[in-house]
Design a protein. Structure first.
Length: 272
């Protein structure tokens, strides 16, 4: 995960930077971590894997992203990048409601699940059933945090950015009470998926949608599934049901969600 953080910083610096510039930005983004001290070692490792290259420019060594680096989760979207005020307004205008945001964060530490489950009441760990522990945050509705011993946790059930940060704060506060002091920044939280719902407020004929939009535009097989499925050329899946209700899934940001909505809306032979 730390290599990915270094790659992300290099990308934010325009894809090319000196070691001093990379270390400075890493320290700015992760002031309570020692990642900037290990940046050179991480870059050398990435260089051996052909994710970055280094070259001399005006007597200075510069590190540059390679074409291969774009396949190393460089399309990840952090919580900080997930949404904007303008996007939220557009979603509201389109009557699109966020139903679930799934995100992950690597806390860069091993966690003793047995010890924590003995000391924290809301921490459920049943190793004979699940290798992960679960931490339910009552203050955030249906928010649940799945915790493996590796420290790479998954946050599910959130419907907003605030749900995620508030739930993570509760979790880390609980960890702090037993002596495990951890912190994070919104840049480190990676959005894995957003599920949203909408409703066109009228029943629709799914057979007509599948036939009128042309072969393959909407997939509809009522023997296998009750909805008509539209797969975006870029990212995401739109599914509409006879009731007029629809789900949007498989995106990682509000802008991607809006693009999926617009693309599926344009493909439908009815007005959303």
């Amino acid at each position: 995960m730390s290599q990915t953080k270094v790659l992300r910083v290099l990308k934010e610096l325009g894809g090319e930077a000196t070691m001093a510039e990379i270390r400075k930005e890493l320290k700015n983004q992760h002031p309570n971590r020692t990642l900037h001290h290990h940046a050179h070692r991480r870059l050398e490792s990435l260089n051996k894997q052909n994710f970055v290259t280094k070259h001399k420019s005006k007597n200075r060594t510069k590190w540059k992203l390679s074409s291969k680096s774009h396949n190393k989760n460089m399309d990840d979207i952090s919580l900080k990048e997930m949404c904007s005020t303008h996007n939220k307004t557009q979603l509201k205008q389109a009557d699109i409601e966020i139903a679930n945001i799934v995100s992950t964060i690597d806390l860069d530490t091993n966690i003793d699940l047995h010890q924590i489950s003995k000391n924290i009441e809301s921490f459920v760990y049943e190793p004979e059933v699940d290798s992960h522990a679960n931490f339910h945050v009552d203050e955030c509705g249906n928010l649940n945090i799945r915790v493996p011993s590796t420290g790479r946790i998954t946050i599910a059930g959130a419907t907003s950015k605030n749900d995620i940060t508030q739930g993570l704060d509760y979790f880390l506060d609980s960890m702090g009470k037993i002596g495990l002091n951890l912190d994070y920044s919104e840049r480190e939280i990676v959005v894995q998926n957003i599920l949203a719902v909408t409703d066109i407020q009228k029943e629709v004929n799914l057979e007509e949608i599948a036939n009128d939009t042309g072969q393959g535009v909407f997939e509809y097989n009522p023997k296998q599934f009750s909805g008509a499925i539209f797969r975006s050329n870029s990212r995401g899946i739109f599914i509409i049901y006879r009731t007029g209700k629809a789900t949007l899934n498989g995106v990682r940001s509000y802008s991607q969600l809006l693009s999926l909505y617009d693309e599926s809306k344009a493909a439908l032979p009815i007005n959303l």
